[in-house]
Design a protein around this ligand. Structure first.
Ligand SMILES: *[C@@H]1O[C@H](CO)[C@@H](O)[C@H](O)[C@H]1NC(C)=O
Ligand SMILES: *[C@@H]1O[C@H](CO)[C@@H](O)[C@H](O)[C@H]1NC(C)=O
Ligand SMILES: *[C@@H]1O[C@H](CO)[C@@H](O)[C@H](O)[C@H]1NC(C)=O
Ligand SMILES: *[C@@H]1O[C@H](CO)[C@@H](O)[C@H](O)[C@H]1NC(C)=O
Ligand SMILES: *[C@@H]1O[C@H](CO)[C@@H](O)[C@H](O)[C@H]1NC(C)=O
Length: 376
């Protein structure tokens, strides 16, 4: 159709115009008109339409990306499949660029040659990118007292603002307006789900990190518990620990296992339950519950066993379990202050006199013989 050499020359003219800083002039004042349109802001992935007006006596027209011609009239020069012609007529010349990316950002020029003079219209394309969190701390399991650093890196355009907050349990005091959240000497109540937020003016990206704080068991004291002679009797032990504690039961110095005659031991999460199917005189003794996890052990008094005479009302009683309540601060205190925290059940097991000091704070279940009471 047209002589390609001419087009190269036209492109050259256009580039020269850009390099001169594209002076804005009103039409008709000079030999050529160079117009700067308002910037176009578009999001990554969207379709960009570039349109310029034509008018009468147009002999040649082209759309350029920086120095390269995308379309010269209806001839496509660009090899990019995302670029295509939309409209070319007497009024307008419109092309589109699909799936816009960051590399498409920059100056685009529409060059129009009329019988009298050349005219260019340039437009600056700004591509915005929604924020994306690229690098986030993994879910963490730490021991109480550790220093924890959570990190969150994100990109986006404009540059996103990054922040951390504690999502559950929600705690406003634990937040940060930076990529890094530092929690020095972490305590158990700082365990939970943390959220990183990266936000710019077009979108928000969020991701969460779960933080688990391990701490040694503390066995809580229970309320008075009664076991009734000739009935089912239950001793219940509750340990606050992360990870969950394993339990061991001792009668005096001897370990009791599930399946021992007349006894069942059941563990469920934070609880362990020792059941006597039929409380008898032979069950008289001191009982100890030991809670163990990889950070330590704890055994202490948790119930006072009260003897209940088998009256008509207690005969209806099915089982008695202690309801154990303790505030978390109590747990924290006992966990840190109790010196026998790290003593093993071995201390309970060996029968020498030295163990009595360990026994004092250990759990003692005294099942008093009904027989003795009946003597009075
Ligand atoms: C268009 O964008 C460029 C580059 O970001 C900037 O320098 C210029 O000031 C903007 N012009 C307008 C009119 O916003
Ligand atoms: C525009 O030019 C830049 C730089 O050469 C290139 O990376 C980009 O892909 C081009 N975009 C289009 C739509 O031609
Ligand atoms: C994430 O950050 C860590 C620590 O700075 C670095 O070792 C790792 O290469 C980063 N990963 C990515 C995908 O950027
Ligand atoms: C409990 O043991 C006593 C004495 O061995 C017996 O008389 C009683 O029937 C038993 N009760 C139950 C519910 O098994
Ligand atoms: C239970 O322990 C206490 C304190 O160590 C002790 O005085 C008592 O004799 C023990 N009772 C039995 C039945 O072993």
């Amino acid at each position: 159709m047209k002589n390609p050499v001419y087009w190269v020359v036209l492109a050259g003219i256009s580039i020269a115009f850009i390099q001169q800083g594209l002076p804005v002039r009103s039409q008709g004042e000079s030999q050529s008109d160079n117009k700067q349109m308002d910037n176009i802001t578009i999001r990554q992935g969207e379709t960009l339409f570039l349109s310029c007006s034509q008018g009468d006596f147009v002999t040649h027209t082209a759309w350029l990306n920086r120095s390269s011609i995308l379309y010269a009239g209806e001839d496509k020069w660009s090899v990019d499949p995302r670029v295509s012609l939309v409209t070319l007529n007497q009024d307008e010349f419109t092309i589109k660029i699909e799936d816009v990316d960051l590399t498409d950002e920059g100056q685009y020029i529409c060059a129009v040659q009329t019988s009298s003079r050349p005219r260019t219209t340039s437009v600056h394309i700004i591509v915005q990118v929604p924020p994306k969190i690229l690098n986030l701390s993994k879910d963490l399991v730490v021991n109480e007292g550790s220093n924890v650093i959570l990190m969150c890196l994100a990109n986006g355009k404009p540059e996103p603002a990054i922040g951390w907050s504690m999502l559950s349990p929600s705690d406003d005091s634990l937040s940060s307006d930076s990529e890094i959240l530092e929690i020095p000497f972490i305590s158990r109540n700082r365990a939970g789900v943390y959220e990183c937020t990266a936000a710019n003016e077009i979108a928000v990206d969020t991701q969460t990190v779960e933080l688990t704080v391990n701490y040694p068991p503390s066995v809580s004291d229970g309320r008075d518990v009664g076991v009734t002679l000739g009935q089912r009797g239950v001793l219940q032990c509750e340990a606050d620990a992360v990870p969950d504690a394993d339990f061991e039961w001792y009668r005096d110095d001897r370990r009791i296992f599930n399946g021992f005659y007349g006894i069942e031991i059941e563990d469920a999460g934070a609880f362990s339950k020792l059941t006597f199917f039929n409380v008898s005189e032979a069950d008289y003794g001191n009982y100890t519950c030991v809670a163990i996890n990889k950070l330590g052990k704890h055994n202490k008094n948790f119930v006072d066993v009260e003897i209940i005479e088998p009256t008509s009302s207690t005969l209806l009683q099915v089982e008695t379990a202690s309801v154990l309540e303790m505030t978390s601060s109590d747990f924290a205190q006992t966990a840190f202050e109790n010196n026998d925290l790290l003593e093993g059940p071995g201390a309970v097991q060996d029968g020498n006199s030295g163990t009595s000091t360990v026994f004092t704070p250990t759990c003692l279940l005294l099942i008093i013989l009904l027989q003795l009471l009946l003597k009075f």
